[in-house]
Write a protein that binds this ligand. Structure first.
Ligand code: DSN
Length: 418
């Protein structure tokens, strides 16, 4: 049994994986936090390093047999340092949420006040949501975007910081289409005696290539995922330029909140960071931005409303109220037509999170697949045709055909293991 290929050893799982491959090939992936990893990254994830326990850090492990685990973790750390210009990197967090948990616990005592972006305004669960550890362990205060232009109101962040004196301010978002001013955040943190933590999970690839102002050396701590614009395996990472903070972070990640690191994933992080250091990755990220801008432009030309009136990065938030529908209905309709996206709350949303008034659309995955501005404009037209003609029964089959044509033009074979 141990020597059999998956196809024979476990047909049920094999078939589900085959079906997933087909789903990814035949549909258009527009979830802003997803991407397609390279063949090389896939190979590293499926390597025998999944068998290895390696608690500790390179050169200081608790088990023997870690010599090659040390090689890949050191490569991942060195490449991440080079990519972001950060002196200290911990590549062990299993996810972005774990990275945030370890980073917050490294510098805060339970009950500390934290100031983060409201989830309903584009923030993240781990930035102080009451249903998350961050809202249960700490005392969260949320900042919103301005109602008039749906951008972060830095004066209001400063006002809240002066009023609540947080121990830590969190800058970063999972549904914010505009540039984040980390320097202004740091000024506010310095004025009010807070630490600044930046969660750049969504924009890490933009920062690594100079396509978004960096948080490294501006924020005291930066956390990120490695699988979004960074196009690596699913996982997290913490960066800092401060040696003392780095020491605290390392001991919070292990043994603080995690046990054995996922060494196969760390090997894949090393591979992905190596890819991101190539000049072609910068071209890729520039195209990600151009594609998001083209989609935003086409949607707006066709009368659609976008939160904040456009995008500076890899994502946009479509306000579907002008189509007379809600986010859940719109996202399901796109799904039926073969476009995968997620319903998303918009700032000051009249609907609860399971309904919402928005759909979040991102360009990273389809840009990896090779689509450019013309194709993104066609996707914009397909989306508006679908949402404008809600009562036309033929709209889904027609759109499905247009989606299938686009998907066929950009085959996915090169991202497969076999
Ligand atoms: N789930 C991620 C996203 O979609 O942005 C955030 O954790």
């Amino acid at each position: 049994m141990l020597g059999q290929y998956l196809r024979n050893a476990d047909p049920a799982v094999f078939q589900a994986l085959e079906a997933e491959d087909k789903r990814q090939s035949e549909t258009l992936e527009m979830i802003a936090s997803e991407n397609f990893v390279s063949q090389a990254v896939l190979e590293a994830i499926s390597s025998t390093l999944t068998n290895k326990y390696a608690e500790g850090y390179p050169g200081r492990r608790y088990y023997n047999g870690c010599e090659f685990a040390d090689v890949v973790e050191t490569l991942a750390i060195e490449r991440a340092r080079q990519l972001f210009g950060a002196g200290f990197v911990n590549v062990q967090p299993h996810s972005g949420a774990q990275a945030n948990m370890a980073a917050l616990m490294a510098v805060l005592e339970p009950g500390a006040v934290i100031l983060g972006m409201n989830l309903a305004h584009g923030g993240h669960l781990t930035h102080g949501s009451p249903v998350n550890f961050s809202g249960r362990l700490y005392r969260p205060v949320g900042y919103n975007v301005r109602e008039s232009d749906q951008r972060i109101d830095y004066d209001d962040v400063a006002r809240l910081a002066r009023e609540h004196r947080p121990a830590l301010i969190l800058a970063g978002a999972s549904a914010y289409p505009r540039t984040i001013d980390f320097v202004r955040f740091r000024e506010i943190a310095d004025e009010t005696g807070a630490l600044l933590m930046a969660d750049v999970a969504h924009i890490a690839g933009l920062i690594a290539t100079g396509e978004h102002p960096t948080s490294i050396g501006v924020a005291h701590i930066t956390t990120t995922t490695t699988h979004k614009t960074l196009r690596g395996p699913r996982g997290g990472m913490i960066l800092t330029t401060d040696q003392e903070l780095a020491r605290k972070i390392d001991s919070r990640v292990f043994p603080g909140v995690q046990g054995g690191p996922l060494m196969h994933v760390i090997a894949a992080k090393a591979v992905a960071f190596g890819e991101a250091l190539q000049p072609s990755y910068r071209t890729y990220i520039q195209q990600v931005k151009k594609n998001a801008a083209a989609l935003a432009d086409e949607l707006q030309k066709l009368g659609a409303v976008l939160v904040s009136g456009g995008t500076d990065n890899h994502l946009l938030l479509l306000d579907v109220r002008s189509f007379g529908t809600t986010g859940d209905v719109a996202a399901d309709l796109l799904h039926e037509a073969g476009i995968t996206a997620n319903k998303n709350g918009i700032p000051y949303d009249p609907h609860p999170p399971r309904i919402t008034s928005g759909v979040r659309l991102g360009s990273p995955a389809l840009t990896t697949r090779g689509l450019k501005e013309d194709e993104f404009r066609e996707i914009g037209r397909i989306i508006v045709d679908l949402l404008k003609n809600l009562s036309d029964e033929n709209r889904v089959p027609k759109s499905r055909q247009r989606v299938a044509e686009l998907a066929r033009k950009f085959p996915m074979d090169r991202f497969r293991l076999s």
